[in-house]
Design a protein around this ligand. Structure first.
Ligand code: BYC
Length: 330
């Protein structure tokens, strides 16, 4: 098969040092309207690039900080099997962080800069990881509810308009699906156990339910970024749509598990064809994302210490890469 001559293709590439000519904007708009992908070398509005850097970096930071609450239980897993599962899951999260940092780097920002933005508090990570893990049941609850919420939020991101982000999300979602199942299986096993184990599961679900609903972000009418991100095809659904989808999906799973969800307002609404539920405490959410949640200081301090302790690894890797590139012996 012969390819079309190069001049026949519409030129969407970046025009360095030039003001964005109208045809570049028009090509960008047409790509978005076709629900096609924008690729790193295509011209894009600066606001689109900045929004992607913000969201992808925040997502990458969440994966890496998200290793801490579960990592807390690796040394105390109740069996070798549970320990192997938990280790694999936490390693997957490091991998998700790497795919996402790589996707973000295609937008012209380095991983070192992104790490600095996280450590100095200028970029966020998901609110959910500022809550403590107080019992082993939390490992199951995080898998079931937190990874469950992540899947609902992230499956539509596989169709996001920016190519490298969407492709990273495809692989991440496959792994998140395993994470969700291992959590549910762990909770199911505990629910079939002793009364004390059942109580441990219920107590854990009570603590994680509301923070899981907050993962989807503020309500649509208080979400400053949503309208523009949806117009650009970065987000495919609104925060409230995805939150509702998560609730509808999770209530029957809670029934099957035999736990109650801590919301007296939760009931099926025949007319809407959805579950009604109460408002999360948005003041708590605001406090958590502005740095005042139960574990914010601890999470960032741990991340900072790991970064400093790992400096010699980065230096050694860089020296090795430089020597290899120069043709020297490894
Ligand atoms: N936490 O205008 P809005 C995982 C911020 S990792 C903290 O609606 P947007 C996992 C928001 O950034 C899960 N901040 O924003 C890992 C904005 O502030 P800035 C991570 C939040 O971007 C390990 C402001 O509030 N997932 O699953 O349109 C183990 C206004 O919000 C949060 C992702 O990152 C929050 N929950 O929508 C287990 C998914 N919500 O930045 C599991 C990708 C909002 O203007 N991200 N804010 O200062 C997204 O889909 C969107 O960024 C959001 C927010 C739906 C989260």
């Amino acid at each position: 098969m012969t390819s079309a001559p190069a001049e026949a293709a519409p030129d969407r590439r970046r025009a360095p040092d030039e003001a964005a000519p109208e045809e570049f904007q028009a090509a960008f708009d047409a790509t978005i309207a076709r629900r096609d992908r924008i690729e790193p070398r295509d011209w894009m509005p600066e606001g689109y690039r900045r929004t992607l850097v913000r969201q992808i970096a925040q997502h990458a930071h969440s994966e890496v900080i998200g290793m801490q609450p579960e990592g807390n239980w690796i040394g105390r897993a109740p069996s070798l099997r549970r320990k192997a599962i938990l280790l694999a899951k936490v390693q997957d999260e490091a991998g998700h962080g790497l795919y996402l940092y790589s996707a973000c780097e295609t937008l012209g920002v380095s991983r070192a800069e992104l790490t600095e933005l996280l450590l100095s508090g200028r970029q966020k990570y998901s609110s959910i990881f500022n809550y403590p893990t107080l019992s082993y049941a939390d490992v199951g609850t995080i898998g079931w509810l937190v990874d469950g919420a992540a899947i609902v939020n992230q499956v539509p991101l596989c169709r996001t308009s920016y190519g490298p982000y969407g492709r990273a999300m495809i692989r991440i979602c496959k792994e998140e699906s395993f994470h969700q199942r291992q959590g549910y299986e762990l909770l199911m096993t505990m629910m079939r156990g002793t009364e004390a184990q059942r109580e441990m599961v219920q107590e854990s679900v009570n603590r994680f339910w509301w923070p899981s609903l907050m993962m989807f972000g503020p309500p649509d009418d208080k979400s400053p970024n949503s309208a523009r991100s949806m117009a650009w095809g970065i987000k495919r659904n609104s925060n409230d749509e995805l939150r509702q989808k998560f609730v509808d999906m999770t209530v029957p799973q809670a029934d099957a598990l035999g736990v109650t969800l801590p919301d007296p307002g939760l009931r099926w609404n025949e007319e809407r064809g959805h579950y009604d539920f109460s408002e999360p405490d948005w003041d708590e959410f605001a406090a958590v994302i502005s740095g005042n949640g139960p574990c914010n200081a601890q999470r960032l301090a741990r991340r900072r210490a790991a970064h400093e302790e790992g400096a010699w690894v980065r230096e050694a890797a860089l020296a090795f890469a430089n020597r290899s590139a120069g043709g020297g012996a490894a």
